[in-house]
Structure formats: C-alpha cells, structure tokens
Design a binder for this molecule. Structure first.
Ligand SMILES: *[C@@H]1O[C@H](CO)[C@@H](O)[C@H](O)[C@H]1NC(C)=O
Length: 181
C-alpha cells in the first residue's frame, strides 16, 4: 500500500496544487496592488492630405481618400504599472470621435511595447501617426476627435488588464490652418 510510488504520487499532487494556488494568488494580486498611472496625449498638428491607399488595398483606384497626418506629444508616467507580475506593457494612442453616421469611432494612431520600468516614463515629442488615419466615410470634414493613451498590462501569470488616460480636449480635423496647439 504505502509503496514508494504512492508516496511520490501524493507529494507530486500536493506540490502541483500548491504551485497552482501560488500562481492564482500572483494573478489575483495584480488587482490589489495600488497603481497611479497618468498620461497625456496632445496633438500638435493635423494635416489632411488627399490620396490613394497603397497598392495592395482593394480600393486603390480611388484617389480622393482623405488621410490625416498627425504629430503628437506624449507625457506619461506608467512606471507604477510595473510590479512583480508585469511582463510588459502594450501602449497605444487612440483618437475617438463621433460622426452623424457612426456614433463611436476609434483610430489607433501609434503604439509601442514597453518592457522595462525605466522606459515607462514617456516624454516624447514629434510622434507621427504610425497607421493611416482615415474615417470610414473617407472625409475629414467637421470632425472633432479627442485623443487618449491606452495600455494593456501583459502579466507573467493571469489575465491581461486594460486601462487608459483621460481624453484630451477635442481637436478639429483638420486644424484650421495657422493654428498650432
Ligand atoms: C471623447 O470623444 C468621444 C466621442 O466623441 C466621447 O464619447 C467621449 O466622451 C470623449 N471623451 C471625453 C473625455 O471628452
């Protein structure tokens, strides 16, 4: 009955349960660690250019799509999001606006991955949009969008959690010429 194999089996089963409890506790601990992330995205310039999509896009023939070229500045301190269960942060700046045809539109302007706590204090100027900024209606007329910084916290164990900064004041797309914010 009490063979060596039985004992080994019991020890194994107990260790595995203990490890899972520990991992569970680490995963849950992320919800009780106080954090104080803050971030601001400001748009310094918005220029609208008219053109085509790139060649691989099905709508390549259309010449009059309006793309917005934005230049942003980000001031954020996300270092408090780095704790023992943070592997990395995925951060992205989002423009949000509504139009008469679509009440909620969100466009990712820029993104980045932060792997170290020492890189989590971000003071960056002159950030150009990394992805095409185009509305579904392909026109930027009378649209006001606010921008905010979003983050996903990628953990070592457990669930990915999300957060975002306060949104900026709405910016007119395009900014009236001559106005710099
Ligand atoms: C940002 O814009 C969206 C869409 O217009 C709006 O729903 C949201 O309330 C705005 N956020 C702030 C903080 O003004």
């Amino acid at each position: 009955m009490n063979s060596l194999q039985n004992r080994a089996n019991a020890v194994m089963a107990f260790s595995i349960s203990a490890i899972f409890c520990l991992l569970g506790a680490i995963a849950l601990s992320a919800f009780i660690i106080p954090t104080s992330p803050n971030g601001l995205v400001a748009v310094n310039s918005i220029k609208v250019v008219t053109g085509r999509y790139d060649k691989t896009w099905f709508d390549y023939k259309t010449r009059d799509n309006q793309f917005a070229n934005t230049v942003m500045q980000i001031d954020a301190d996300l270092s408090s999001l780095f704790h023992w269960n943070t592997k990395q942060l995925f951060i992205y700046a989002v423009a949000e606006y509504s139009t008469p045809t679509h009440s909620k539109n969100q466009i990712v302007l820029w993104d980045s991955i932060i792997k170290r706590k020492s890189d989590a204090v971000i003071r960056k100027k002159g950030i150009k949009n990394k992805y095409s900024v185009i509305d579904v209606n392909k026109k930027w007329t009378d649209i006001h969008a606010n921008v905010s910084l979003h983050w996903n916290i990628v953990p070592y164990v457990g669930f990915m959690t999300y957060g975002h900064s306060q949104a900026s004041e709405p910016y007119a797309f395009p900014l009236p010429s001559g106005i710099q914010t």
